[in-house]
Design a protein around this ligand. Structure first.
Ligand code: GLV
Ligand code: MN
Ligand code: MN
Length: 448
């Protein structure tokens, strides 16, 4: 990988990121702990000890070749806001915690959101068998990191301990930039399905095999990839083939097998399902036309998740107190990227504040935000938490004297049928890893 950052779950970097961020939290007067899944948590009590906590944060892990802001910005902004809130803590009707999740991206174990699902109390036992590139299981990695797999349940937070989860994050798209705004309210987090496709043909001599005798898996896969993009564009969903491997991978051998990934996203589940139906039918047709075999394995299915309406209102009102362009009418947009809020929505209300990122560039070393935009974001976050003058607005007091009752808005914080939500987990992120373990697919997988 040329350039960029890589911080993966349960690695040496994970230890170092936790140590460094914990030292910043301690300097800000927070008490710190690492939970049973490896998430770093810093807590500031409210006007009395033991009150339910408003959680602020994001993740410190990264994709390979990452920039500096996807994740860490949200943790650092949360810390700055707490720092500003500290003088008012004797008035705060809740505790505030900064959470630094450690596996949002899923760059190591073919899966993401492990740490936030652990906090949401939704850990699944079959995740222990996920492996990394070295064949180390998640269970083994836990142990070598110094965590005890048998205590994973202790990471779970009860809904009544939490007032909500708020995350500031770079937008990773261009809606804000195109609108000339620094800040935006997130309405929902995109729904996502990911697949590993295996195209099987026949390896033959590259010189001696006439075209009409070839069953070239790579040419078939190339047609499929083009079809994925065409259908995605036409149906206005986002479809990406990010990984591909061809075997045997020799210059003079017709490729026998190709494994590639599809990442399919849409703001709502129905258009995504319709797009997948068309894609799946088309890909099978293309395979058949070339005498190839196609198998499709799903390794991730996450429904689109709504941000809570009251938190959207708080964030919009908070943005309107800033000097952002058009702040009186803040831009609302959905998140095209996945976030820890997807997992946290299983246990509490979630809200997200977006910060403009230059050119929408993300998952790339050139990821960039400006200091003035971050300053506006902190100002909004602070107002949203009621940290402004005399705590006169935001979550502490919405300005009309009426508290926003976070955490009590959802009758049931968990989906009633846990077995159906199993497939809605992020079950994987990495096609090479899925490809490697395709005889033992990760949990939540299905075949079509
Ligand atoms: C997370 O960054 C994602 O892939 O959406
Ligand atoms: Mn990311
Ligand atoms: Mn992120």
């Amino acid at each position: 990988m040329e350039g960029g950052i890589l911080r993966t779950y349960l690695s040496e970097e994970h230890h170092r990121q936790n140590d460094l961020a914990a030292s910043w939290m301690q300097e800000a007067g927070l008490s710190t702990r690492i939970d049973a899944a490896g998430t770093l948590i810093g807590r500031m009590e409210g006007r009395e000890p033991g009150l339910p906590a408003l959680l602020l944060g994001s993740h410190l892990d990264s994709v390979p070749g990452a920039g500096r802001y996807d994740g860490p910005l949200g943790v650092i902004m949360a810390l700055e806001v707490i720092h500003r809130l500290a003088p008012h803590r004797d008035q705060l009707p809740f505790a505030v915690e900064v959470v630094a999740f450690a596996d949002e991206e899923g760059s190591r174990f073919g899966s993401g959101l492990f740490t936030s699902y652990a906090m949401a109390g939704a850990w699944q036992q079959d995740w222990w068998e996920h492996t990394d590139d070295q064949g180390l299981t998640l269970r083994e990695a836990f142990e070598s990191f110094g965590l005890d797999p048998t205590r994973i349940g202790e990471a779970a937070r009860a809904p009544e301990e939490i007032r909500g989860y708020l995350e500031a994050h770079i937008e990773q798209s261009t809606q804000l930039e195109e609108a000339g705004r620094a800040l935006g309210v997130v309405t929902s987090i995109v729904g996502e399905r990911c697949f590993t496709l295996t195209v099987t043909g026949e390896a033959r001599h590259a010189g001696g095999t006439a075209y009409h005798h070839r069953r070239d898996a790579l040419v078939g896969a190339a047609e499929m990839i083009a079809a994925v993009e065409e259908i995605g564009r036409r149906r206005e969903v986002v479809a990406t083939v990010g990984q591909i491997e061809a075997a045997p991978g020799a210059v003079n051998v017709i490729p026998r097998e190709v494994v590639f990934s599809i990442d399919l996203r849409a703001p709502a589940d129905a258009p995504r399902e319709a797009a997948w139906e068309e894609m799946s039918a088309r890909l099978h047709e293309l395979a058949e036309a070339r005498g190839l075999r196609l198998t499709v394995e799903e390794f991730l299915r996450a429904p689109a998740v709504e941000c809570s309406a009251p938190l959207q209102k708080v964030i919009a009102a908070a943005i309107s107190t800033t000097d952002d362009a058009g702040a009186e009418d803040p831009l609302h947009t959905y998140s095209r990227a996945g976030h820890d809020g997807v997992a946290m929505s299983e246990v509490t209300e979630i809200g997200m504040l977006f910060i403009r990122c230059t050119g929408g560039i993300s998952h790339h070393p050139d990821e960039h935000v400006t200091a003035p935009d971050v300053a506006l974001g902190i100002q909004a976050f602070e107002a949203g938490l009621g940290a402004g003058p005399q705590l006169k607005m935001g979550l502490a007091d919405n300005g009309s004297g009426q508290r926003v009752q976070l955490g009590r808005l959802r009758p049931s914080p968990r989906p009633p049928d846990r077995s159906t939500s199993r497939t809605s987990r992020r079950g994987g992120r990495s096609c090479p890893r899925s490809a490697r373990s395709r005889t033992a697919p990760p949990s939540g997988s299905g075949s079509t």
